[in-house]
Design a protein around this ligand. Structure first.
Ligand code: IPE
Ligand code: IPE
Ligand code: MG
Length: 253
């Protein structure tokens, strides 16, 4: 029988609770959090920053290797100009204020998405953050900003073509594309958490999440914390990941 790699470790009874190697989070619900309090939407985004800090700490404490946070989608440019500008301002402030602390905590910071869409200031601070923290090992923290999963796939196909000018598209395979996708050096996300009650993927790492376990919660992002994070891990630990095999095959491995 063919046993898939890692399944044994993931599913051995008594090895509890299984911790995902890579978690993706769609941090949704900031606007509604603010609206419920008759506050402007940007206050919800500001509050969301506290939740981000809590989750980074929780991920380190639980031994998660990689955390990828969806902060701004390619589609979010469609929001009112004032909100977009506030979000960009907050992104810049976070890059200026938080990166040194993350570096002290041995966190490697990377930004995925089209960086050319940002102001020169933001691009400079992204570059600084990535260079400063490139050898850190406590956690891979990836911020998906101006990120879209479809664009990620198109870019990967184009990069494959450039790297393999002698090959034709008939030779293109999923394995051939994989090294050209964002974060191809990390294990694919095992767990996707989405806060805010919506149950959709909104163009987030659509290729890499092919076999991710999904966890949806109605908790709005600013209210998310260590306890909520642990609930997601608990749910993940109960899942049986089959990757196409039968339940019996997986338990026998
Ligand atoms: C997520 O919260 C943050 C971003 C998309 C930047 P939202 O701003 O989408 O909050 P809701 O969904 O309107 O409540
Ligand atoms: C997804 O949230 C993007 C981020 C959290 C950054 P949205 O609020 O933009 O998603 P939709 O539009 O409700 O699908
Ligand atoms: Mg939303």
């Amino acid at each position: 029988m063919h046993c898939l790699t890692n399944l044994k470790d993931q599913q051995t009874p008594g090895v509890a609770p299984y911790i995902p190697q890579h978690i993706g989070i769609i941090m949704d619900g900031n606007g509604r959090w603010a609206k419920k309090r008759f506050l402007p939407r940007y206050v919800g985004h500001q509050k969301g920053r506290t939740a981000v800090k809590k989750v980074i700490q929780a991920a380190i404490n639980r031994g998660v290797q990689a955390l990828t946070l969806f902060a701004f989608s390619t589609e979010n440019w469609r929001r009112p100009a004032d909100e977009v500008s506030k979000l960009m301002g907050m992104f810049l402030t976070a890059l200026q204020k938080e990166v040194d602390t993350l570096h002290k905590h041995n966190v490697r910071v990377r930004v995925i998405g089209d960086k050319h869409g940002f102001s020169p200031d933001i691009q400079t601070y992204i570059e600084r953050a990535e260079t400063l923290t490139q050898h850190n090992t406590a956690l891979h923290l990836n911020i998906a900003a101006n990120y879209g999963g479809r664009a990620d796939i198109v870019n990967a196909v184009q990069a494959w073509q450039q790297a393999n000018p002698d090959q034709t598209f008939a030779q293109l395979t999923p394995d051939a594309i994989q090294p050209f996708l964002s974060l191809s050096d990390l294990p694919e996300p095992d767990l996707l958490i989405r806060t805010g009650g919506e149950e959709r993927i909104s163009n987030f790492m659509i290729w890499q999440m092919a076999y991710a376990e999904f966890y949806f919660t109605s908790t709005l992002w600013p209210d998310f914390n260590e306890v909520e994070f642990d609930k997601a891990l608990e749910s993940f630990a109960k899942r049986q990941r089959r990757f196409g095999q039968t339940g019996e095959q997986v338990t026998q491995c």
